[in-house]
Design a protein. Structure first.
Length: 246
């Protein structure tokens, strides 16, 4: 995996807007910072700038809430228009309480509010949805930049407080590393160890990206090693037959 890691924020990136060439922006940022990609480098990119570039910002004034959205909005204290967007991006509501709706996203993620956010969006009265195809977005950026890419978002976790960076898109690296069959420190064969490699990269990058006004949406993680074939972030989603909590 790694003996030592270096995390380098890509400085000076401009605010991203719909239709911007994000690949070109990131390439220019890397070049301006004299960051030359090397083997073992991975670029972690915050979901927000991907969604912004892809035009996933929706004005709430354009949304007509359904009766279900109005009822759930009244129950949770959320704007029914925002609830309508949450429902439209989800396949089921898992749980809800005041100011929180946990859903299964159309991409399979179980997450708060379908990943829809109004922080750091830059436009009042707008909500930002996840990319339509985060793995596809990562693949396009990876091809453009010539290095692996992980698209990150911040998730809460069941039974634990606080959010942490996770991968919602990945290209050019294995999102999962299957260690089963390898020996542990004492020669015992590993039987169940599968590492969420892309999630670990996203969490590490999150320490540099921050969660507020830091303005560091792209972080180069340097010093990684792997030998497994590439797998997209969709492989991180536990399939229904493995889900013990539904």
């Amino acid at each position: 995996m790694s003996d030592a890691l270096t995390l380098l924020a890509v400085p000076g990136l401009p605010m991203v807007a719909a239709g911007d060439d994000l690949g070109a922006i990131l390439a220019e940022g890397l070049a301006h910072a004299a960051i030359q990609p090397q083997p073992g480098d991975v670029l972690a990119v915050a979901q927000k700038i991907v969604s912004k570039a892809e035009g996933r910002s929706v004005p709430l004034a354009s949304v007509t809430p359904s009766a279900r959205a109005q009822a759930l909005g009244a129950e949770t204290g959320k704007d029914p228009r925002l609830v309508e967007l949450i429902l439209s991006e989800s396949v089921r509501v898992v749980r809800s309480r005041p100011n929180l709706i946990i859903v299964q996203h159309r991409l399979g993620f179980v997450m708060a509010n379908a990943g829809i956010d109004q922080s750091n969006v830059g436009r009042d009265g707008h909500a930002l949805l996840l990319p339509l195809d985060p793995d596809g977005s990562a693949a396009a950026l990876s091809a453009r930049l010539g290095l692996p890419v992980v698209i990150t978002d911040s998730f809460g976790r069941a039974w634990r407080r606080g959010t942490v960076g996770v991968a919602i898109g990945a290209a050019g690296l294995p999102a999962l590393l299957d260690l089963r069959g390898q020996p542990d420190l004492f020669g015992r064969t590993l039987m169940v160890s599968i590492t969420g490699f892309a999630d670990e990269i996203a969490a590490a990058a999150g320490l540099v990206m921050g969660q507020g006004a830091e303005g560091r949406p792209a972080v180069l993680v340097r010093g990684l090693r792997w030998s497994a074939p590439a797998l997209p972030a969709s492989e991180l989603v536990r399939v229904g037959a493995e889900d013990l909590f539904q």
